[in-house]
Design a protein around this ligand. Sequence first.
Ligand SMILES: [Zn+2]
Length: 319
Amino acid sequence: MSEHMPRAWHGIDIGGSKIELVTYAEQGAQLQERHRERIATPGHDFMEFMGAIGALVVRADAALGARAAVGVGLPGIIDSASGRQVSSNVPALNGRLVAQAMQEALQRPVAIGNDCQCFALSEAQGGAADGLPTMFGAILGTGAGGGYCVEGRLQRGFNGIAGEWGHWSIPAPLLARHGLPVYDCPCGKQGCLERYVSGPGMSRLHAHFGGDGAEPLAIAARAHGAAASEAAVHTEAVHLDLLGHALAGLVLAFDPHAIVLGGGLSNLPHLYRDLPGAVRRHLFRGVQVPPILPPRFGDAGGARGAALLARQQTMTSIF
Ligand SMILES: [Zn+2]
């Protein structure tokens, strides 16, 4: 890239059904979008997947008029000992050294984070928590995960999983108080928060309390008004209490200056009204609940966060 070109990064958000690449260039302290392309995810063949990523980046370089470093956000986690991708919803990537393969294929720095970390970073820089000393981005969607940022930088931690709050177990007395069973979790543990407070978790609660397996937005709609359903009202109250317990844990562990919600459940308006009180009930006196905020970028933060991750990595490392 010539000295006269602004610095730029390609952010790639990889999902189970689509891959989105967005190129951002620095304009002062802001990021300006330069190029965007979306393709279907070749989910089952690794060589086909890598070929599609390579072609996507070549086209993005051409649109930018320069080569740019790449940031990638993808679901699942990377085994910290082997560097191999595990539990991704893109089967072609499981067991693969994705970062290494991409770096070799693309011949440039590649920064990789999970989708929740990319969401948090995007909300920490230019998003709902812009300018705050610390923030926690908590995703409540198909799963429950998150990321922690300090001074606008994502904190990766020892294993690279700082913020994976969805796999904390709910204490047995709290489950007993609500008459809830201990659900198994695909992570191999039991009673993980994700099984109760994510989107599917809320539907599971509703079914347990005598309702159907409706989606969270439908449950929330049925919990209000003159014709409110008892199962929906009870589900919303229990979900709020379990989520309050979860976010109180985040306050005790990270003490963030704000918690930004993401994922499908961030569209539930009652959370912004009722969650602060629910969190407070799980904390001791004298602890203030930080602002709980809706996201600025919503689901669109994935590629932006991935580009910011590439910026964070390339500005601090020599490749
Ligand atoms: Zn789990």
